[in-house]
Design a binder for this molecule. Sequence first.
Ligand SMILES: [Zn+2]
Length: 312
Amino acid sequence: MVNRVREWGFDLLIPCVKLYDGWCDYHSRVGIVRPGWEEFDPLLVLAEEGSDVGLEVHPWSCVFVESLNSEGSALMREHPEARAIKLTAGGPEPQGWACPSHEVVRDYNVAICEEILENYPVQGMHLDYIRNGGFQIPEGCQCEVCRAAFREMTGAELTADAFPGISQAAQNYVPLTRWRAAQVTEVVRRVHEAAAKRGKGVSAAVFSNFPIAYFDQGQDWVTWAHQGIVDYLFPMTYIALPEVVKWWTECYVAMVKGAVPVWPGLCYFQDCLSVETMTEQIASAKQAGADGVVIFEYTGMSEEMAAALRTF
Ligand SMILES: [Zn+2]
């Protein structure tokens, strides 16, 4: 597989090693190793084979998503209180996410990345689900930590009613948004520090809709670029229309201003788009100033697609 990907002309491989169900697909000492990998470490084999053929590897961690089932998540098993919560008329509704406002959640995810960067011959880490999640605005997570912080910042209770739009009450949304984004950004910064001191890099899959991603889910990725705490940005540009790929890429390039390379992520599962559409999308991204593209995912690749890629 590694040889084939290199022959297809790819520079970087992004294997998922902590999935959204919380399990770890490598020999982790921080998280729980998925059953079946006791005798074989797929990440070690992939990283070594990648190094042999000059293919960079950024293991991919689904950071704050942990699934509702705690079976595979050491974090949720040991710290159920750190699960994101939605308050409903029927009572607290646990979400399939960890809440980034808990220090233990941030520490856990940094530790996952740090052990990978330390123990494997990889060139960086890839961060996905690097945001608040489980629900959209207005109120977001309503766990004890979030509610207490909001009360301290504003003197008000953290409810959806507090944000009816542009109003006096809606001003409470300003400190809340900044505070939520800061929790996520802290993890990016700490992973970047861990990577940089080992001569490695950090890439992140981010939403195409910035700045909605910032106020909706605490994903302040344009600031990450300008603070130099990511080394690549892969905005998830998952749409069939090539012209939208061009417009979105123009937005990314305008906002990032060359601070870091921008590689739009293009969604190309098996048969989901034609090779013609995908090549048109790549041409659109390049025309708009993209430094590369990410193809999501490997199973969508074919020799026909590879032949089309070679024309770029
Ligand atoms: Zn919370």
